[in-house]
Design a protein around this ligand. Structure first.
Ligand SMILES: [Zn+2]
Length: 480
């Protein structure tokens, strides 16, 4: 994981990641012995966020329902055994296709409930086309607090941070209104089903749901509608993967119709990056690693499981700008070189350093700027880079990153441009299968063996709290 927008959590959450990569369903435990009444499909094909990849379900429907994620083209999603479809207003890069809108309308007409969360903006998000299909519109009018429940929600306490008001057609019933009486959440019948449209600001923002999320009324409001359509609890909801793929060199690139325009070019970026990574590290990826690349509908970043990497399709304003994508792909791929023994402290800095070096080798001036900028930031906290211990609990992020880059650059300067490659090769030889854990003490011992010099005194002179007595690995240099 790296550089993330607020909609994506800044660290890999293993459970979320595992779910995501397996595209597996997470059947929530039903309350008591009652079968789950809600089968929901959370769509992340129009816009990827961790919120839609499980957090929404956990916040509002865990214990009541089962949820699967739709990663594939929306109009191909099997909604026959689902009674709740959750959509967001989406990302401007991926319009809601007409076929997908018709698919959603059919689902509702036949009894399903649609929740569409979103806010108006200029220009309007793609979800406006979905809203309009049901005769309601997002607007750019800001909702004025306090908000209050209307009709079936009269008296409900409504928490709300910010968002816009709606412009519903005449068949709509407001559920929540702003201080000026304008609807912020509204509902209507459509065929045998229900549609609920409302501001995203009603549904919580913090990853851990520590902010008010209105679950006390949102959950019953959704369940009472969704359960109008019976689902077969014995028939498993099947997660829907990105259904299109293409072999690009050694990699299987996975995508759907909406992300297809990005797929081939991003796969090619990996093919350009890969030989540089092999040269920089002196080794191939760890066995079995980096088989596939999933194109994510987001500009928010990427992540890696080692075997699969996932890349935000318009990261860093790709394809207008290429360097950020080169750095991101080399970063995420870099994780597949370090496993199964990821560097403590350096798991992310090593990956980005590999991205920067790859960018330098491909001739991007931004690469060197990125490197120098981060080292300069570390010097603001530790002017000659000898004092701050990057391993300290309270070490500043800029020290951890900048000092790491400084160390890698210094090692390459002192021991030759293949120093990092010697380190990777030595690490593969020295760390035997079955080993448990890899500490910074171990890491410095491996570096020492790689370059043929005991580096513990040098690391200690830079403020690193490392000790040869705390590792079982020799720091006697073999010269790698
Ligand atoms: Zn990473």
């Amino acid at each position: 994981m790296r550089r993330i927008l607020p909609t994506i959590v800044p660290t890999i959450v293993p459970a979320v990641l595992a779910t995501l990569l397996a595209a597996a369903s997470v059947p929530a435990a039903a309350a008591g012995d009652d079968p789950p009444v809600v089968h929901s499909v959370s769509d992340i094909s129009q816009q990827f966020t961790f919120y839609m990849d499980g957090r929404f379900h956990t916040q509002y429907l865990a214990g009541i329902g089962r949820d699967v994620r739709n990663w594939g083209t929306l109009h191909k999603a099997d909604l026959s055994n689902a009674n709740l479809l959750i959509l967001t207003a989406g990302d401007p890069h991926v319009p809601y296709a007409d076929e997908s809108i018709r698919h959603v309308m059919r689902f509702v007409r036949e009894g399903g409930t649609l929740l569409l969360m979103g806010d108006g903006a200029d220009p309007m998000p793609p979800g406006q086309a979905v809203a309009e299909a049901f005769d309601i519109r997002f607007t750019t009018g800001r909702a004025v607090t306090p908000l209050s429940g209307v009709g079936e929600l009269a008296g409900a306490a409504i928490a709300f941070r910010r968002g816009t008001v709606l412009e519903p057609g005449r068949r709509w019933t407001p559920l929540v209104a702003d201080a000026e009486g304008r609807p912020v959440l509204a509902t209507r019948r459509f065929g045998k089903g229900h549609v609920v449209v409302g501001s995203r600001g009603l549904f919580g923002e913090k990853p851990d749901a520590s902010d008010p999320i209105n679950a006390d009324w949102i959950t019953p409001m959704l369940v009472s509608r969704a359960d109008d359509k019976a689902v077969d609890p014995d028939r498993r909801l099947r997660p829907m993967a990105a259904e299109l793929s293409r072999e690009v060199g050694p990699l299987l690139v996975e995508f759907h119709e909406g992300t297809e325009p990005y797929a081939e070019a991003i796969g090619e970026v990996y093919n350009e990056v890969r030989p540089h990574l092999v040269e920089l590290t002196g080794v191939e990826p760890s066995p079995g690693m980096i088989r596939s690349l999933l194109i994510l509908p987001t500009g928010g970043g990427g992540f890696s499981s080692g075997v699969k990497i996932a890349i935000g399709a318009w990261w860093g304003n790709y394809p207008e700008r290429r360097y950020p994508m080169v750095e991101l792909i080399a970063h995420e791929a870099g994780h597949s070189w370090v496993l199964p023994y990821a560097e403590p402290l350096w798991n992310e800095p090593i990956a980005t350093w590999l991205g920067i070096k790859t960018g330098q080798r491909m001739g991007f001036p931004e690469a060197d700027e990125t490197l120098q900028r981060q080292i300069a930031k570390a010097r603001r906290h530790d002017p000659d880079l000898t004092q701050a211990n990057p391993l300290a609990e309270d070490a500043h992020r800029d020290v951890v990153w900048g000092k790491s880059y400084f160390v890698f650059e210094e090692l390459e300067r002192r021991f030759g441009p293949q120093a990092m490659g010697r380190y990777f090769r030595t690490k593969r030889e020295v760390l035997k299968p079955g080993r448990e854990g890899y500490s910074m003490d171990d890491c410095v011992a491996v570096w020492s063996q790689a370059v043929g010099e005991d580096l513990f005194p040098w690391f200690r002179s830079l403020g690193f709290d490392v000790e040869p007595s705390r590792t079982d690995l020799s720091s006697a240099g073999s010269g790698g």
